[in-house]
Design a protein around this ligand. Sequence first.
Ligand code: NAD
Ligand code: 0WE
Length: 257
Amino acid sequence: MGFLQDKKVLITGVASTRSIAWGVAEAMHREGATLAYTYQSDKLKKRVEDVAEQTGSSLVLPLDVQSDEQIAALFGELEQQWGGLDVIVHSIAFAPRSELEGSYIDAVTRGGFATAHDVSVYSLAALAKAARPLMAGRNGAIVTMSYLGAVRTIPNYNVMGVAKASLEANVRYLADSLGPEGTRVNAISAGPIRTLAASGISGFKTMLDESEKRVPLRRNTTIQEVGNAAAFLCSDLASGITGDVLYVDSGYHILGM
Ligand code: NAD
Ligand code: 0WE
């Protein structure tokens, strides 16, 4: 029997089989969880339906996190289908491309800052808030995906780093709010992984090649490794852990010079 047996899990953020959310979905499915998925736009619907099927799921629902109506409809549907929810996997980030190149101060704009924080940060609180009645009193868990740019400056990551700092603070405040209801909230800070969100980022390949040579484990992080850690964090094995950020980055963040 898997360590997520009988857990009902909502997976957001699958855009392809390279997505971190897909690594999480596979690990959770392996451990016995029942999954539902969301897709951002009609363009992604078919693709998400196809991968959902690979984990025995046909519950695939639309969710653009910038829409309050879609958030409400999503949890309305989950209540009808499942009557409750144990786990939310939040694996969503977006900033306008023009914000992710050059010096931070040159690139940042009011609009780009607002969009990055709305999509990548507020969305976590919005989902937690809407799911609250479904998750209360069931040893629920929420996990989100962060990056080292939250706590160090990383070239070109710019406003996304500021948003990830806010995401990690959001995790702590949500953990304190939801702890009394038994719901835990944590983040995983993943090392760089080649996904759609990383494609076309200038210098990304160099980052991967250089970190592979320097990190303690001498290899880059995989979506399977992030998936296994997320499955653990959302299981009852992690019952004492909330409000935390777990680094799954082959050890990169411990390095100095
Ligand atoms: P990805 O492109 O596969 O996933 C990003 C997802 O965000 C997509 O599924 C996309 O549909 C979704 N999304 C964007 N805007 C949305 C909106 N308005 N509403 C709903 N969904 C929306 O890339 P990924 O690398 O798997 O990214 C997942 C998470 O992991 C992100 O939070 C990212 O910041 C984080 N992360 C990525 C890396 C990396 O190197 N790839 C490292 C650390 C953390
Ligand atoms: O969080 C991320 C990427 C998130 C992301 C990616 C894009 C590309 C397409 C957010 N918004 C957009 N907007 C787009 O238009 N990562 C951790 C991956 C990543 O992105 C970087 C990195 C790393 C690592 C950008 C610059 C430098 C390093």
